[in-house]
Write a new protein. Sequence first.
Length: 121
Amino acid sequence: MNSDREAPPAMARTTSDRLQGTIDLLVLHSLARQSPMHGYGITLHIQHASLDVLRVEEGSLYPALHRMTKAGWLSAEWGITENNRRARYYAITETGLERLKHEEEAWNRLTQAVARVLKHP
């Protein structure tokens, strides 16, 4: 196999690994902008907003939604989708908005620190 063919799968794993640590931030931010949404809608929102760079897998999203609902950051209730299917809709709570602020501040500190390291000789 040539190295050109091997690069994309490694890139995909790297993107997925990076996303794993930011799922709370991405979900909370998405719901702060467009709320309420069902899980698939959240996935599409993140994917479209990132110009198809970020893709949230169901195996990561639904446990995160459950955990954030249990923590009080999200509320959830059953509703009907545009395709006439039953789905759980999530909305951000006041506690979730506070958590979003904390997550955004932590993300900004992290990205600034990484940028400083990359610029350091």
